[in-house]
Design a protein around this ligand. Structure first.
Ligand code: 3Y8
Ligand code: NAP
Length: 239
């Protein structure tokens, strides 16, 4: 189950090792990156749907390489794999840790991130995708720079501006973006990984505060942190 940089790297390694696999996207974006494995797109239909899929496709191993904020999918995978008796491995990247120079405020969730914004008007880089924008846009005093994958909404110029980009992002690109728009605050999920990290490095260099949203709870499962570890565990191979 994919949708992350690590999932794409694992798909490449599995294809090269000749492992018979199926790549799964939720279908959140209009044109997801093509994968070197047979690919299915869309929800399974909850825990029961995933369990039925595992049985129908005679799946012998599930690798949950979804994003740390895809908590519903990961929770469903724990339940469906237990019910179907199919082993589950989670491929997860470590959370980001603050370094000297970082001005981070850790908040537990989206609602707390909205509360953490100042009362006086700010120019906010909202790089959390499009699923949780409403509570931020309700704070009418702020100007928002929204980075989205697909053009799913438009914003009057006095409220903010959209930038359409899929990532992975670069330090040069994100630094230029923050400077060009006079950004005063960055809001980010603690996603980890290299694909979304550039904005945090750029914020550190520019001395900008970052409101960092903690990862949601995911039920216990076996977690590994590298593609090679996945390959070693599922087939005794390494790329
Ligand atoms: C549909 C597949 C690869 C995977 C690339 C990674 C890196 C670029 C950074 C910012 C942060 C954000 C967002 C982000 C990143 C990678 C990775 C990552 C963050 C694609 C993809 C799918 C999605 C879904 C999308 C969410 C959104 C989140 C944008 C493809 C590009 C903000 C998460 O429009 C929407 O509804 C978008 C929804 C879930 C979060 C949200 O709540 O809106 N990802 N992102 C996957 C599917 O359908 O199963 O389109 O090709 C994948 C990637 N996005 O193969 O190289 O590994 O993290 N994705 C966050 O981390 O905060 C952008 O802008 O700085
Ligand atoms: P989510 O809230 O945890 O999942 C909601 C529902 O979407 C799931 O119950 C499942 O539907 C379906 N789903 C999610 N991931 C799927 C997958 N890989 N294959 C098939 N169905 C999937 O998920 P999300 O946070 O919206 O993330 C959706 C996708 O975007 C995931 O692939 C994730 O890796 C990727 N992504 C998410 C983020 C993020 O910030 N959330 C960031 C980068 C990439 P059913 O219940 O019907 O099975």
């Amino acid at each position: 189950m994919g949708g992350t940089t690590e999932a794409s790297r694992l798909a490449q390694a599995l294809a090269q090792a000749g492992v018979d696999g199926i790549f799964s996207y939720a279908g959140r974006t209009s044109a997801p990156i093509a994968q070197p494995l047979p690919t299915r797109v869309g929800g399974f239909g909850g825990v029961a749907g995933l369990q039925a899929f595992l049985q129908a496709e005679r799946i012998t191993q599930v690798v949950d390489a979804t994003h740390p904020f895809a908590a519903q999918m990961s929770s469903n995978a724990v339940q469906a794999c237990a019910a179907a008796g199919v082993p589950l491995l989670a491929l997860e990247r470590p959370a980001w840790q603050a370094q000297s120079g970082d001005v981070w405020q850790h908040v537990p969730d989206i609602a707390a991130a909205v509360q953490a914004l100042p009362t006086e008007p700010a120019s906010v880089f909202l790089a959390i995708g499009r699923q949780h924008l409403a509570p931020f846009l309700a704070c009418a005093q702020h100007w928002y720079l929204l980075r989205l994958v697909d053009p799913v909404l438009d914003l009057p110029a006095e409220r903010g501006q959209l930038v359409l980009d899929r990532g992975p992002f670069t330090l040069e690109g994100d630094r230029a973006l923050l400077q060009a728009h006079g950004i005063t605050h960055v809001v980010s999920k603690n996603s980890g990984g290299a694909g979304a990290q550039a904005k945090l490095t750029a914020a550190r260099e520019l001395g900008l505060p970052v409101i960092l949203i903690a990862r949601p709870f995911i039920p216990a499962r076996t977690v590994v942190h590298s593609v090679n570890e996945v390959l070693r565990r599922i087939h005794g191979v390494s790329s």
